[in-house]
Design a binder for this molecule. Structure first.
Ligand SMILES: Cc1cc2nc3c(=O)[nH]c(=O)nc-3n(C[C@H](O)[C@H](O)[C@H](O)COP(=O)(O)O)c2cc1C
Length: 234
């Protein structure tokens, strides 16, 4: 009899754990499903190389803003390394990322625009979700006060922030914290690009709402930086 009860209590405990896991998964896994676009395609990106490349000191010395690019496209490896530098998960146990975040609340979302379309980088799983087909680089250039670098680069990374993710904990400081995080991410990307032999430029002169419209972003996301990236023009 006692043995039977132990079996039932183990079963009940297992059910409670399964339900708790399900609730956690639903909360964390589906938190971003309110994007205007359900993904057309989900691609797992190659793991970024963590030991090859130039030293940090050399990347710091070499980084320079470039606004002209050769026509050579970026590889999946390069795009993966750039996304990982922006927001990749570097501690799989705790979920911490390559950039620091206030309270580890992670208010940033990274998008990649290339000739193929609009993609969102999902740090969990290190995947790129294709949200929209078609080349948005020219309309995005128009939103960036017509700066040619945006239309000319093979890839434009878009760094956006959701201040509401920090607002309940940090109140009036949430916007400043989020902007600081965008700065951390942008510098990581520019240094990673340099280490990969690529070039880019951080662009903040833009009409935020026009850029958000081009990308069909939900209203909670604000566009802060565009980073056109590519190979240097010969
Ligand atoms: C906040 C911020 C906004 C910027 N916005 C633009 C921009 O809209 N267009 C552009 O061509 N460069 C932009 N830049 C790049 C600067 O022009 C560039 O960093 C500066 O000329 C120094 O050159 P360096 O990056 O090669 O060191 C921006 C830089 C920062 C930090």
């Amino acid at each position: 009899m006692a043995k039977g009860w132990t079996g039932w209590s183990m079963f009940a405990l297992a059910m409670v754990l399964v339900c708790a896991g399900l609730v956690l998964w639903l909360t964390l896994g589906f938190e971003k499903q309110d994007h205007a676009h359900p993904p057309l395609q989900v691609n797992r990106l190659p793991e970024p190389a963590k030991s090859a490349g130039m030293s940090l000191a050399e990347a710091l010395a070499r980084r320079r803003s470039h606004r002209e690019f050769s026509g050579q496209p970026l590889t999946q490896d390069q795009i993966a390394a750039l996304c990982w530098a922006a927001q990749g998960i570097s501690d799989l146990v705790q979920g911490f990322r390559t950039t620091p975040s206030a309270g580890a609340l992670y208010p940033l979302t990274v998008f990649i625009i290339d000739p193929d379309g609009l993609h969102e980088y999902e740090p969990k799983g290190h995947v790129l979700k294709k949200l929209q087909a078609g080349d948005l680089r020219r309309p995005l250039q128009a939103a960036a006060l017509d700066q040619p670098a945006v239309g000319a680069a093979p890839v434009c990374m878009v760094l956006t922030m959701d201040v509401s993710r920090l607002a309940s904990r940090y109140g009036a400081r949430a916007e400043r914290y989020s902007l600081l995080e965008v700065g951390h991410a942008a510098q990581n990307v520019l240094l990673q690009a340099t280490a990969l032999g690529l070039v880019g430029v951080p662009i903040a002169a833009l009409d935020e709402s026009q850029a958000a419209k081009v990308l069909h972003l939900p209203s909670r996301l604000q566009v802060v930086y565009l980073i056109p990236l590519g190979h240097p023009a010969k």
